[in-house]
Ligand binder design. Structure first.
Ligand code: FAD
Length: 231
């Protein structure tokens, strides 16, 4: 299996990436960003995706904000190119430790070492751990396009099967998780370890100082075209 022919372009910074996407589209091409390539390349080799041009975000790993992990008491900010493995091995504050714990469910180590937070969210698989966690922890996706930057809340991000609110000419630059959840977990059912989940669930409990559960939220994956937060 091999992908259909495409041209290859390296972006040097975010402005360059947005410019390449815009210029290639204006020239009649169908460009796509590539980050870790762990979803896009399989889609291309199976000919489920046939972009005529790839814009590689790899060189942007040299831009510090694109790989930064900024852990504050009320919010965790991850640069778009932060890998699953970086989060898996980070010592995050208790409110965001569920992110590290959940990463062991994402494929295998080589996939986690290349795949990125933004790539997973924009790919928008209904069972992807990042997609469930984004809804659970009220993530905000920051995307830059020709008109500047905008913020997309997680509950407006997922539009259905592999479809998100991120426009084809936008580059996600960071993802902010704004709802710490010290009592949270993610679990899933898959046929084999490392496979995509058939169904998965993420849960966060509100627990008061006396240890009483006062509320909670549940997000389910694999039960609808996009992950769903159970009312
Ligand atoms: C064998 C295997 C098993 C896997 N198992 C799992 C699993 O269990 N759970 C799971 O969640 N995932 C799994 N994955 C997918 C993996 O997590 C991918 O890393 C992830 O889905 C996509 O991240 P990426 O950086 O590789 O994105 P890419 O494949 O490079 O891109 C994916 C999409 O995102 C877009 N994109 C990428 N970066 C940006 C950006 N900054 N701004 C805008 N658009 C962007 C691309 O244009 C493309 O449409 C598996 C993959 C493989 C090959």
């Amino acid at each position: 299996m091999k992908p259909a022919a495409f041209t290859y372009h390296r972006a040097h910074d975010v402005t360059d990436a947005v410019g390449l996407l815009t210029d290639l589209a204006a020239a009649g091409e169908d460009p796509k960003l590539i980050a870790g390539g762990q979803s896009l390349m399989p889609m291309m080799t199976f000919r489920l995706a046939r972009p005529s041009a790839l814009v590689d975000l790899g060189p942007l790993r040299r831009v510090p904000s694109m790989t930064a992990v900024t852990d504050g008491p009320d919010a965790l900010t991850l640069g778009a190119l932060v890998t699953h493995h970086t989060v898996e091995t980070a010592s995050l504050s208790p409110g965001f430790a569920v992110l590290s714990d959940a990463m062991r469910w994402v494929g295998h180590l080589p996939i986690r070492s290349r795949g990125t937070v933004a790539g997973s969210l924009v790919h928008g698989d209904a069972t992807a751990e990042w997609c469930l966690l984004a809804l659970l922890l009220d993530a905000v996706v920051v995307a830059e396009g020709p008109a500047g930057r905008r913020e997309i809340p997680a509950d407006e991000l997922f539009h259905g099967f592999y479809a998100t609110a991120v426009d084809p000419d936008e580059v996600v630059v960071e993802v902010r998780f704004t709802r710490p959840a010290p009592h949270a977990a993610l679990s899933e059912f898959a046929r084999r370890h490392g496979d995509f989940a058939i169904v998965d669930a993420a849960l966060a409990l509100d627990v008061d100082d006396g240890g009483t559960v006062t509320g909670g939220r549940v997000v389910l994956g694999g039960v609808a075209p996009a992950p769903v937060r159970v009312p």
